[in-house]
Design a protein around this ligand. Structure first.
Ligand SMILES: [Zn+2]
Length: 373
């Protein structure tokens, strides 16, 4: 029987979950302990921290073309973050990654926004043939984190741009209130694992990385600890209200909202909404909703009601996305079914940087001054 947390909606499908005497899970308890103060911060305090951050970016940006790098996916969060940055007088460079799966809606949303705001945009187009080979390698190995490819490349490109424009500030459209909770370790993989990406590709067809912009643990650590590049969850500095943000985007930037989360990318929605639940028994909505519950933006009852429905908006859309996927990757229906029914294998069966990452993290924690912890 599946045990569900009494405070959030995480459950025992997350294998390493633990519950306290009141039935509350380690994920929401840990999240509240770590981020509770931050989540329910006094607005005046938040404002003064924002003022401080903006001053610092402007000071450091003097004589440079940009004050910061900002990722732009076409989603509400990153779009709102960039609007806020512009309204505060910052000069961001917008960076968008195209891995060949963007929905047309995302493309037009980005174009309208960038034109409306007058910001410079760099679109980094990943070579599709190489990206497809890497995806095929991940599918053939039956490992869970296929999005590792996009996320790793996204980090790599953001750090590259920061270096090129001599800024150490990357502002992300992320925030604690909607995505601060830890994802169960078995539900994804270390995002800085370049060695794992290479090993999976080699095992599949003997190929190697060519133009794919991967980043490994050492380069990541160098950026963080030596170059002191700051990855800022920019929306944490605001009382962020998603519904209001969408209204503003629609009104001022001809923005067309997506019917569901992750709709910017056809693959991401198929992966989150169908591949993960079907092949891996993972429903990522549990993390999303639990986040919203803990930060007071959704009731537990509402989350349970939503979870009772399948993650896909409709079977018509699911069928359409599966057909699109098969055509794009050149798969037959038999190959698709075989993939879904094969058992999962761990990323750990392939060379990995996870040990290195944990080692560097623990080492740097031990030697960081107590005041900076
Ligand atoms: Zn919980």
């Amino acid at each position: 029987m599946t045990q569900v947390c009494t405070r959030c909606v995480m459950d025992s499908t997350a294998r390493s979950i633990t519950f306290d005497a009141e039935g509350r899970c380690n994920y929401c308890s840990e999240f509240l302990a770590r981020a509770g103060v931050e989540l329910f911060k006094d607005p005046a305090q938040r404002q003064s921290e924002l003022d401080f951050l903006v001053r610092r970016l402007k000071d450091e940006g003097r004589g440079k073309r940009y004050d910061c790098i900002m990722g732009l996916s076409g989603g509400v969060d990153s779009s709102s973050a960039i609007i806020k940055a512009i309204s505060l007088g910052l000069r961001p460079l917008a960076v968008h990654m195209d891995n060949g799966w963007n929905s047309e809606l995302a493309q037009s949303n980005i174009e309208n926004l960038v034109r409306g705001l007058g910001v410079d945009l760099v679109t980094y187009v990943i070579d599709w043939r190489e990206y497809r080979s890497l995806m095929q390698a991940f599918f053939a190995a039956d490992v869970i984190d296929v999005e590792l490819l996009y996320d790793n490349a996204m980090y790599a490109v953001n750090y590259q741009q920061a270096r090129q424009w001599r800024t150490r500030w990357i502002l992300a459209g992320t925030n604690l209130a909607t995505e601060g909770m830890r994802i169960p370790p078995a539900w994804n993989w270390l995002k800085y694992d370049k060695r794992n990406i290479k090993a999976l590709r080699r095992a599949h067809d003997g190929g190697s990385l060519r133009s794919f912009p991967a980043i490994g643990t050492l380069a990541y650590s160098w950026n963080l600890l030596v170059r002191r590049v700051q990855w800022v969850s920019f929306l944490d500095y605001f009382e962020f209200n998603k519904a209001e943000a969408i209204e503003e985007l629609k009104r001022d930037f001809h923005y067309k909202p997506y019917p569901h989360k992750h709709y910017e990318s056809v693959f991401t929605r198929l992966y989150m909404g169908y591949i993960l639940p079907t092949k891996f028994d993972v429903d990522m909505r549990k993390v999303d909703y639990s986040n919203l519950i803990v930060s007071g933006q959704m009731t537990r009852e509402e989350a349970l009601r939503l979870l009772a429905d399948p993650p896909y908006p409709s079977s018509v859309e699911l069928d359409r996305d599966i057909a699109y996927f098969q055509k794009k990757l050149g798969w037959t229906t038999e190959e698709w079914s075989a993939y879904l029914s094969r058992p999962e294998r761990s990323h750990e069966e392939f060379a990995s940087e996870r040990g290195l990452y944990t080692g560097i993290r623990d080492f740097s924690r031990r030697f960081r001054p107590a005041s900076a912890r």
